[in-house]
Design a protein around this ligand. Structure first.
Ligand code: DAH
Length: 338
């Protein structure tokens, strides 16, 4: 029996050498080590081995099984290695890899998030309103009379039912005051606005604004000035100069335009008009009182300031972008610069 086991091992190892695919290898395993395999059949003969030889035969049996098992495993791993080598043939693994390109936030998203962050630190909450609005919220309640040029069909997109695409985010001032439960009201509202503008390097028919409103019993022009000066210096850097120029808006009195003078790399420092603002006109509070049916916004008791600015313009100034259309074209050559 010992001799038979030696033969099985010698033959087995020799056969293994010649095996070149995994199916044949599996057949080999079944033929030798399987339930009816050669080794198993021989080991059944252990019964008839004289007791004094059992130990030696048993040891040999184990030795051969171990040798064949190891042989199969070795063969399997060399077959797999050959397969792997075949599949990468012709690929130069020493070439540098292609780096995965990482995305980035759109410059408009960045400036909006930045502005929200700064203003929230100052206690302004985020507010929202619909982009399809009533004429009342967009104009009448904001003290803008029916014959105001902004209400012209040439300037505003009207829907057949008389509603319109809001021409500014100032509508959110009215919406917020209509639903407010108590004073103070201190909100900002970033969002889209629509105008029937001729499209060129500085105009689109959809653009982005950021509105602000603060109403309480003691809000002053000094609060307005301090808040916006801080905001622009935080956004554009501490050297930024801010100036308030008297202006007219129907919904504020007095009203101002804000210019900032800032240093942008590669540009000559100059004054740039950046936002509108003012003290909320009592007529606006009156409209809100009428709509609410109470006196929470009694123009005799409350004061407030409001401001509005174009976010596209802010982004353009900050990054030296000369054509507003770049902001919506999704051209990777433009966007990858940010
Ligand atoms: N709504 C104005 C516009 O679109 C901007 C504006 C000016 C908003 C003055 C205000 C403000 O809140 O007080 O041109």
């Amino acid at each position: 029996m010992l001799a038979e086991l030696d033969t099985i091992r010698t033959e087995g190892i020799a056969t293994l050498e010649g095996i070149s695919d995994e199916t044949s290898l599996e057949n080999f395993r079944v033929n030798y080590l399987g339930k009816k395999g050669r080794l198993t059949t021989v080991s059944a003969g252990m019964r008839d081995v004289p007791p004094d030889q059992k130990a030696a035969v048993g040891a040999k049996l184990n030795e051969v099984r171990t040798a064949l098992t190891a042989g199969i495993e070795q063969r399997l791993s060399s077959l797999q290695a050959a397969k792997d080598a075949e599949s990468v043939k012709g690929i130069d693994v020493t070439l540098p890899g292609r780096p995965a390109r990482s995305g980035a936030l759109h410059p408009l998203t960045r400036i909006r998030d930045r502005a929200i962050q700064t203003l929230r630190r100052m206690g302004f909450a985020l507010a929202d309103g619909p982009e399809i609005e009533t004429e009342w919220h967009c104009f009448d309640a904001l003290n803008t009379p029916a014959d105001h040029p902004a209400r012209n069909e040439k300037d505003t997109f009207y829907l057949p039912d008389g509603r319109l695409l809001r021409t500014h985010t100032s509508t959110v001032q009215i919406r917020t005051m209509e639903s407010a439960k108590a004073l103070p009201v201190r909100i900002i509202a970033p969002g889209a606005a629509y105008r029937r503008d001729e499209i060129d390097a500085t105009h689109l028919s959809v653009f982005n604004q950021l509105e602000g409103l603060y109403v309480a019993t003691d809000v002053s022009l000094a609060d307005l000035k301090g808040t916006l000066e801080y905001f622009f210096q935080d956004t554009f850097g501490p050297q930024t100069q801010v100036r308030f120029r008297p202006h007219f808006f129907p919904f504020t009195e007095p009203s101002f335009e804000i210019d900032i003078k800032l240093e942008v790399k590669g540009q000559e420092a100059r004054w740039i008009e950046i936002a509108g603002c003012g003290m909320v006109d009592p007529a606006v509070f009156e409209a809100v009182c009428k709509s609410r049916g109470d006196k929470l916004f009694d123009p005799e008791k409350v004061t407030g300031f409001a401001f509005g600015m174009g976010l596209d313009r802010l982004a353009m100034i900050l990054h030296g972008i000369t054509d507003i259309r770049h902001l919506i074209e999704n051209d990777a050559r433009f966007l990858s610069q940010f």
